[in-house]
Design a protein around this ligand. Structure first.
Ligand code: NAD
Length: 335
């Protein structure tokens, strides 16, 4: 049986997508070097799906190791999640980010070339848009100068994939531009792993709720938004996971060699609305304070998701409360 290679499949979004793929009957092979995940996630995936899942601890920048995986398996398509993703860290260690994120991609595309693999789905990000002039953001908005080496790796990777797809007649590639993934699997067994200080708002909130952090600093209360705080398009990680299956199915029939889609709910929530949702579902009162703006933060962004709806037949279904509820269940299970 032909298989889907899921790179970074033990990470936050990759693990949720692995569950949805297995539940849909796909056979998957996970590759992950555990640089930002734990081997226990593999057990949890098998527990949730009641299936055995093949896993290889391999660094995708290791060309020979990658070649071995493709030599030993009949891989039909690839969903490529594996990357370093911490914006701040990428500013301090740009070369690590370029080496990891770009070399991994090139190694995989070389395998697509030599093994005739024609379906490729890539994890991109709404960071490619910067602060857009108009909202919601459609895919036709121009890409802006990246604000960090991390963001730049996403832009460069999209360009590499597009160029490669032009050179291969049957190759079909899709970049998925995620807005702000949040939440966790309903089982509470997998979620976003808190390695170090969270970069994202939701794990910071749940850790503060759990008493692991003193308080949440809300950066900026004087933005031009309804309550003065920044607005983002939070999307449930399970909705996001399902979109990858829609993308794989679309790659089967798409005419273009390369396409890209926004994945969000199409609705923006302010930081304060996210805090209030957490307080509602947890019954707790969160210790937070509004402090000065943080450099590099954009005021607001949310997606126009009509292209994904029309072509992928996909829409996000889960709301903010369900993101906060599942994230809170996951946080409590971690303790
Ligand atoms: P994550 O860190 O939880 O998962 C990435 C996984 O890839 C980790 O398990 C890590 O160990 C693995 N990995 C990294 N480099 C590797 C390598 N060289 N070889 C093998 N495995 C490697 O991140 P995530 O939140 O699940 O993000 C998945 C993808 O989505 C990333 O490409 C990220 O840039 C992108 N993305 C994430 C967000 C977000 O907010 N989480 C937003 C937009 C885009």
């Amino acid at each position: 049986m032909k298989k889907v290679l899921v790179t970074g499949g033990l990470g936050f979004i990759g693990s949720h997508t692995s569950v949805e793929l297995v539940n849909k009957g796909y056979q998957i092979i996970i590759v992950d070097n555990l640089s930002n995940s734990k081997i226990e996630v593999h057990d949890k995936l098998e527990q949730i799906t009641s299936k055995q899942i093949t896993f290889h601890d391999i660094d995708l920048t290791d060309r020979e190791a990658v070649a071995r995986i493709f030599h030993e398996n009949e891989i039909e398509s690839i969903i490529h999640f594996a990357a370093f993703k911490a914006v701040g860290e990428s500013v301090d260690k740009p070369l690590d980010y370029y080496r990891n994120n770009i070399d991994s991609l090139i190694n995989l595309l070389e395998m697509c070339d030599s093994h005739n693999i024609n379906k490729f789905v890539f994890s991109s990000s709404c960071t490619v848009y910067g602060q857009p002039d108009k909202l919601p953001v459609t895919e036709s908005f121009p890409k802006m100068q990246a604000e960090s080496p991390y963001g730049n790796t996403k832009q460069i990777c999209e360009e590499i994939i597009e160029d490669f797809s032009k050179s291969k007649k049957r190759f079909k590639a899709i970049s998925l531009r995620y807005f702000n993934p949040a939440g966790a699997h309903e089982s509470g067994l997998i979620g976003e792993l808190p390695l170090g200080v969270p970069n994202n708002l939701v794990p910071f909130i749940t850790q503060t709720g759990a008493g692991l952090r003193d308080k949440l600093n809300v950066f900026g209360g004087d933005y031009n938004t309804h309550d003065g705080t920044c607005i983002r398009d939070f999307i449930h990680v399970v909705d996001l996971a399902i979109a990858h299956i829609s993308a794989l199915e679309y790659a089967e029939k798409m005419e273009e060699n390369y396409d890209f889609f926004n994945l969000g709910t199409g609705k923006g929530y302010s930081v304060i609305e996210v805090v209030k949702s957490f307080e509602k579902v947890s019954g707790l009162s969160l210790n937070y304070q509004i402090v000065g703006r943080r450099s590099g933060d954009i005021e607001q962004i949310y997606a126009d998701t009509s292209k994904a709806k029309e072509r992928l037949g996909w829409v996000a279904e889960l709301d903010l409360d369900s993101m906060m509820e599942s994230a809170w269940r996951w946080q409590k299970n971690l303790q």
